[in-house]
Design a protein around this ligand. Sequence first.
Ligand code: PHE
Length: 426
Amino acid sequence: MEKWSSSRVFIIATIGSAVGLGNIWRFSAIAGLNGGGAYLLPFILAVIFLAFPLMVVEMAVGRHLEKDVVSSFRSLRERYAWVGWFIFLVMVMITGVYLVITGWTLAFLVSSTGAMDLSFPDLTAGYLPVLFFLVTLAITSLIVSKGVRSGIERMSNALVPLTFVILAILLVYSVQTTGFMQGLEYLFTPDFSKMSEAGLWTAAFGQAFFSLSVGYGLIITYSSYMGKDVNITRSAIAVCIADVSVAIIAGTIIFAVVFTNGLEPTVGAELAFVTLPAAFDGMLLGELLAFLFFALLFTAALTSSVSMMEVNVASVMNNLSLDRVRSSLLVGGLVTVVGMAAALSYSALDLRIMGERVLDILDHAFGTVGILLAALLTALMFSWYVDRQFLEDEISCGCRRFVLPLVKYIVPVVLATVLLFTLLPI
Ligand code: PHE
């Protein structure tokens, strides 16, 4: 079985998976919708007490079993393999949606070089979303088909540092904008009156799992390529700190631009694709700024897309006994069907089911509900049905006294509650 070439690479690749559209596009959109600072505290609490402990357990399980997600569930009990296939299904759906949005970022990146002049309505008025989806899918499948070392590792080594460099440049730029202080204040002033709203907490909890790629079999899969020399707790802390920092820095940059231009922070998903491109136009070095911003989104999204696809390719390879190239083609084919429907719903065809855009339906059904269920099952199964001894051996520091009970009792209860709130129209 292929392994990462060093423990450093494991951390870089996992940061590459964690840092993605979730940190840059989704975090600021949700923060904006929930009154900025009100949202930060629940998010950070969720990272520390829910997502981090489950990440540590997933790392321990992945390294100990050295298996893909389907085989990992199967090794608990033969009859639990369906949980792994359920996660497989959720990941196919999510990857389809994620690649469509990654395609949008590529379209804006190309547009920012001056090759075409694009606004979001222009993009969705034709069939460019389909074209850019297919291009990103092809790039993603190609990287995954090259394998752990020559594909994922090489890409992560090149793109993860680049993502951080671009982020640093944009942060320096944002400091001199007139809206910088106002943006900071918006993001960091907790609004305690909002904290009694259940919706705020569920949004923050879902976002913590999504942003850290915890609960989807990703950490299990990447950790199965990890050597015995890696310190699991330290790696998980590094990934959490990197991920949360990127979300906060990206939020700082985005809200600085929003307030400098007197715009609305509360527009939600449109923030990065409608509000910001319009704002960049009128700013100092606006074209360069747009280029850097979309390069940041695209590189971050690509390393996450690759990781999503790897979860499924590893499962197909081991459970259907196909080689890596054939598995990548099979998973790529499944993702094409889903992604096409999602891409077409934001195109001239305006594909809808019962009045709703397919992408939005999939995002809600799988991106919100399916993913919470996947994380809930992962937490339950790997704390109640495993031999506790191996978890204790893998997590060699004293923090297991904190991590293991949280994953066994608190994480499932919280996730089940969040799931109920999401499903019931309360
Ligand atoms: N964490 C990624 C992001 O923030 C998304 C992701 C989720 C990637 C699950 C892999 C697995 O965009």
